[in-house]
Design a protein around this ligand. Structure first.
Ligand code: HEC
Ligand code: HEC
Ligand code: HEC
Length: 137
């Protein structure tokens, strides 16, 4: 004799158990990566919580101000002035892209395409590699 109710409950219990490793892992996700800020400066363009949540929006605003409006100076909420530039401002402080931007982006699985055009800072390891390559030729 069928009892469809029991079968469905059975299926649900089975699915919950079978997929347990997948959704359980979400709760105790991998430890966040250790970030190298890359500067002795203490403060970002805006507060750290703001940057954490909004740096992508800020960057797009900067691009629009520069490219569309020809405006290059940004005044932060604390009154500090910055040149609105990915390379010349962000990357002047965050000198280790691979240990900062990339580490976090890899962790959250985003891959901004900005570096197809914008130049990433040359990091110590990379410079040595480039030198080694050059001298081995
Ligand atoms: C004057 C130096 C400086 C500049 C310029 C700068 N940053 Fe920062 N940034 C910092 C510092 C210092 C911190 C960490 C502050 C702290 O420890 O709370 C930080 C933190 C951050 C964080 C948060 C990291 C975290 O731990 O969650 C992000 C994201 C970030 N910056 C992105 C950017 C971007 C994008 C730009 C360009 C729009 C930029 N920063 C420009 C110095 C700078
Ligand atoms: C603490 C973590 C963290 C750090 C550090 C960080 N980012 Fe991000 N970034 C994110 C997250 C999370 C997103 C995706 C947000 C979303 O999907 O809405 C993102 C998205 C972006 C985007 C938009 C990508 C897209 O395709 O929409 C850009 C541009 C970007 N980050 C630039 C930078 C740069 C430049 C740095 C280093 C100076 C940096 N980020 C450092 C967490 C970080
Ligand atoms: C197809 C090439 C290309 C890509 C991809 C690209 N940009 Fe740009 N970006 C440019 C060019 C060209 C300018 C104009 C340079 C100038 O006037 O100084 C510019 C200017 C900017 C500026 C203002 C000037 C400066 O020195 O930074 C910002 C900020 C910026 N882009 C952010 C971004 C971000 C963030 C991304 C990724 C989400 C991105 N761009 C992707 C080509 C590109």
């Amino acid at each position: 004799m069928y009892n469809s109710g029991k079968i469905i409950i059975g299926i649900i219990i089975f699915l919950v158990l079978a997929t347990f490793p997948f959704w359980f892992n979400r709760g105790v996700a991998q430890a966040p990566p250790k970030l190298e800020v890359g500067t002795q400066e203490k403060q970002c363009v805006e507060s750290t919580p703001f940057m954490k949540a909004n740096h992508m929006k800020l960057l797009v605003d900067w691009r629009d101000y520069v490219v569309r409006d020809g405006k290059r100076e940004y005044t932060s909420t604390t009154g500090k002035k910055f040149d609105m530039s990915l390379q010349n401002t962000c990357m002047k402080c965050h000198t280790q892209k691979t240990k900062f931007c990339d580490r976090c982006h890899d962790y959250v699985e985003v891959a901004p395409t900005c570096w197809d055009c914008h130049i990433a800072p040359v990091e110590p390891g990379q410079a040595q590699q480039a030198k080694a390559l050059r001298s081995s030729n």
